[in-house]
Design a protein around this ligand. Structure first.
Ligand code: ADP
Length: 489
């Protein structure tokens, strides 16, 4: 099945429910636009709760069907491997669709296909290692057996910033565990989701195992997922605000919930750091996907002794960034995803300006390029009251704060209700261990600005979420532990 598809056969205008490509029952559609130029790339069904219910029914039926339930772990692994091969063979085509709908520079889109597909491969491997236990019993003539079983239907709600990887990181784990899924991709990036679903179909993944419903009215569908007794788990990546809503609403049915929410990542550069490496890490962490990742460094704390050097080097690098339509290979910074994000980023910078921060590069929209382009920006002396400090900017803005000693840096880094990623640069071994242990985050980058990998557990503490994705822990949200007591042996 190593056949490649052309973009035209990967670009779908219908959604996938129970193995059929269908319209919304209302026949309603919505347009998907290129944020670089506003052009309409395609239209997809604007589905409602009736359509979502059909998808849940299909996933339930598929879950209970012989075609899925009777498969061995090895069979499921093989299907995931086929899917992986097809995504790999179509990297360029998927990346072009992704760049068109998300604005992500093409090289990064290709990188995301590679990264996202690595989860399919990883979970194809993990599928065969979902082990149980035989525990020494405390009672004679008894055996304590523990097995892991799939939870059933999982609803997956994903954001626009990683249109492929956020789906494969969830669906890979769910399918490996033996679950079936209903995917609700972001309204900004449904085309990548539909393209990978098409390839799942080509790979021979049975009908109803992966369903994708597209809509620009997410709230009622999210509510249905929370209410439906047939949905056993909800995995969500997106804003903290929506995550809280889903967490609350899914209490009704005591569902398994995995939430990957916003961060407010500190990036600390100590006097002991290799400053050149810190600047490389800062560029990678901050400007990937135009700063629109939940693990992007959000607040840079730089110690007095290296402050001037760090700011000078960083400024040179920021001024050299190439900005434009992501489809050109040399572009490093594309547009922001939509007007709401643009307004948020420019609003935060204006807020900092009025609070007496210094904008040393950028600080404005680049309307010559298009309405959603924002200049890569560095803001120094950011006060703790600025939105740039308290909230996640999700844009190409570096906010820098000077500090005196380690205790101050750690205190400020932890002074937030978010706790997803944190980064620091230090060449002092004792300091590395002290700080790594004290940062209140789920993931720490030590002398490294890009840390996500399929082998590593991704997730946050505090209000950044619950559960972990990727790694062998990524399976946990999709399995129930069953204890079987064998008595009177
Ligand atoms: P972002 O800031 O990344 O757009 P959102 O949380 O708004 O964050 O969006 C992430 C995903 O959640 C998208 O697929 C979006 O459609 C979906 N979403 C938005 N509001 C709701 C809601 N009330 N219930 C369920 N899903 C929602």
């Amino acid at each position: 099945v190593s056949k490649m598809r052309s973009i035209s056969t990967l670009l779908q205008s219908k959604a996938l429910v129970n193995g059929s490509w269908i319209e919304a029952s209302s026949k309603d559609t919505f347009a998907v636009c290129n944020p670089a130029n506003g052009e309409v790339i395609g239209k997809v069904p604007n589905m409602g709760v009736e359509d979502a219910q059909l998808a849940i029914n299909a996933a339930k039926q598929a879950y209970e069907s012989k075609e899925w339930r009777s498969l061995t772990a090895k069979d499921r692994s093989n299907l995931l491997k086929k899917w992986h091969k097809l995504i790999e063979a179509n990297t360029q085509e998927i990346a072009e669709i992704m760049t068109a709908e998300s604005g992500k520079p093409i090289n990064e889109s290709k990188g995301e296909v590679l990264y996202g597909n690595a989860f399919v491969e990883w979970f194809a491997e993990e599928a065969r290692r979902i082990y149980g236990e035989v525990v020494p019993s405390g009672t004679a003539n008894r055996e304590v057996i523990v097995m892991k079983q799939p939870i059933g239907v999982a609803a997956l709600i994903t954001p626009w910033n990683f249109p492929l990887a956020m789906i494969t990181r969830k669906a890979g784990a769910a399918l490996a565990a033996g679950c079936t899924v209903v995917v609700k991709p972001s309204e900004d990036t449904p085309l990548t989701a539909l393209a990978v679903a098409k390839l799942a179909e080509d790979a021979g993944i049975p009908k109803g195992v992966i369903n994708v419903i597209t809509t620009n009215k997410a709230a009622p569908i999210g509510a249905l997922f929370c209410q439906s007794p047939d949905v056993r788990g909800i995995s969500f990546t997106g804003s903290t605000q929506v995550g809280k809503l889903l967490f609350r609403d899914s209490a009704q049915g005591i569902k398994r919930v995995c939430l990957e929410l916003g961060g407010n990542a500190p990036f600390i550069v100590f006097d002991s750091a290799n400053v050149e490496k810190a600047v490389d890490g800062a560029m990678a962490s901050k400007f990937r996907n135009c700063g629109q990742t939940c693990v992007s460094a959000n607040r840079f704390f730089v110690q007095e002794g290296v402050y001037d050097k760090f700011v000078t080097l960083l400024k040179q690098r920021v001024e050299a960034l190439k900005i434009g339509d992501g489809k050109s290979c040399d572009v490093q910074i594309g547009p922001l995803i939509n007007q709401m994000q643009f307004d948020k980023v420019s609003g935060f910078v204006e807020d900092a300006r009025t609070k007496k921060a210094n904008i040393i590069v950028g600080g404005k929209g680049l309307s010559d390029l298009g309405s959603l382009f924002y200049a890569p920006t560095i803001v120094t002396d950011v006060p703790a009251t600025a939105q740039l400090y308290t909230e996640e900017v999700f844009g190409p803005v570096v906010s820098i704060i000077k500090f005196k000693d380690e205790a101050e840096a750690v205190h400020k880094a932890n002074d937030t209700q978010r706790g997803l990623a944190g980064y620091f640069y230090s060449e002092n071994l004792q300091q590395v261990f002290r700080v790594a242990k004290r940062l209140e985050v789920g993931m720490v980058g030590v002398n490294e600005g890009i840390i996500s990998a399929p082998e590593a557990p991704f997730g946050g503490v505090k209000e950044s979420g619950v559960g972990r994705e990727g790694s062998h822990h990524g399976i946990d949200d999709y399995v129930d532990i069953k204890y079987i007591c064998m008595g009177n042996l």
